[in-house]
Design a binder for this molecule. Structure first.
Ligand SMILES: [Zn+2]
Length: 309
């Protein structure tokens, strides 16, 4: 795989330096708030794709069905980080999925799509959606703040942590345990596209699906890509990455490197039966409206594979 040094990357893509989406390092100082419109190029987006059609449900263990119902819980209630978790039960047997958006505040395509997913009714099993996981970062349009931590580097979380996002990680996995969640679908945006800058790091993971350790390995990521890609343009094609190495709790982390062993891809090691899937859409020359649609298509396809939609 071609490796690009960060220096070469910054030279080739000056905008990369300014884009904070899904970078590895938490920011010491939040950048000046950027407008979502700033990420929109002038180029027209491809025609809207139709939603994927229903497919044969993916075979997974199913928890006992709960009565058909819908509720909203507040996580980190009473704090500035309070945010709603929507829980919908179909009343019919089926797996439970948890869709996560807004983990990073400068990735609007993810949380705007998750807002829509929160209104979907599961046809079987259960659907949990936390569309705005880091509301204070979203309000400032930054990845996160040092004093609350990076949610995607703090799993499995800690209810007593001084870092709000470490408490959030704990609350997310507690809900996943309570409802025997099969799939944790974590929606993100990266700046550049993986296919255009392979090996460049977390700033260039656009259009990728990464699956961490869990029972849906090894085929779910490719099934999801196979369902999506025929409906996407050549540049939008989703690439499947193996995330199993992120799940080792004792992964040695070289000094100065981010601890990716504590990303959501490690969640399968903390919740029995859970498989984490991280979806990244690229922001570079891809309009926000299209990124939202792509996330919505990815979420729908993933839930159809599980038979939830
Ligand atoms: Zn992110």
């Amino acid at each position: 795989m071609r490796q690009l040094s960060r220096r070469r990357l910054l030279a080739a893509f000056p905008a990369f330096a300014a884009a904070a989406a899904c970078r590895a390092e938490p920011q010491r100082t939040p950048p000046a708030p950027a407008s979502p419109a700033a990420a929109r190029p002038a180029a027209a987006s491809p025609p809207a794709a139709a939603d994927p059609q229903p497919v044969t449900p993916y075979p997974t263990p199913t928890p006992a069905p709960r009565p058909r119902s819908a509720e909203t819980r507040l996580l980190l209630t009473g704090t500035p980080h309070e945010t709603p978790l929507t829980i919908r039960h179909s009343g019919l047997p089926g797996p439970a999925a948890f869709v996560l958006g807004g983990v990073h505040g400068n990735e609007p395509g993810a949380w705007l799509a998750a807002d829509e997913v929160a209104a979907w009714e599961p046809a079987a099993g259960s659907l949990l959606v936390l569309p705005r996981a880091n509301v204070t970062a979203m309000a400032a349009f930054v990845r996160t703040f040092d004093d609350i931590g990076d949610l995607n580097r703090l799993y499995p979380g800690d209810p007593a942590s001084p870092l709000a996002m470490e408490r959030m990680a704990h609350a997310i996995l507690e809900a996943a345990r309570e409802f025997a969640v099969t799939l944790l679908l974590d929606l993100h945006e990266s700046w550049a596209f993986y296919a255009e800058l392979p090996g460049a790091g977390t700033g260039a993971l656009g259009q990728t699906i990464t699956v961490g350790p869990g029972p849906l390995q090894p085929s779910f990521g490719q099934q999801l890509a196979d369902l999506l890609n025929p409906r996407l343009s050549p540049r939008e094609q989703m690439i499947v990455r193996d995330g199993t190495r992120f799940g080792r709790p004792a992964t040695p982390v070289p000094q100065g490197q981010p601890n990716r062993g504590r990303s959501s891809l490690s969640a399968g090691g903390h919740v029995p039966g859970l498989t984490p899937v991280l979806v990244e859409m690229g922001q570079l020359d891809q309009p926000l409206e299209r990124r939202v649609e792509l996330h919505r298509l990815a979420a729908r396809a993933a839930l159809q594979l599980l038979g939830i939609l």
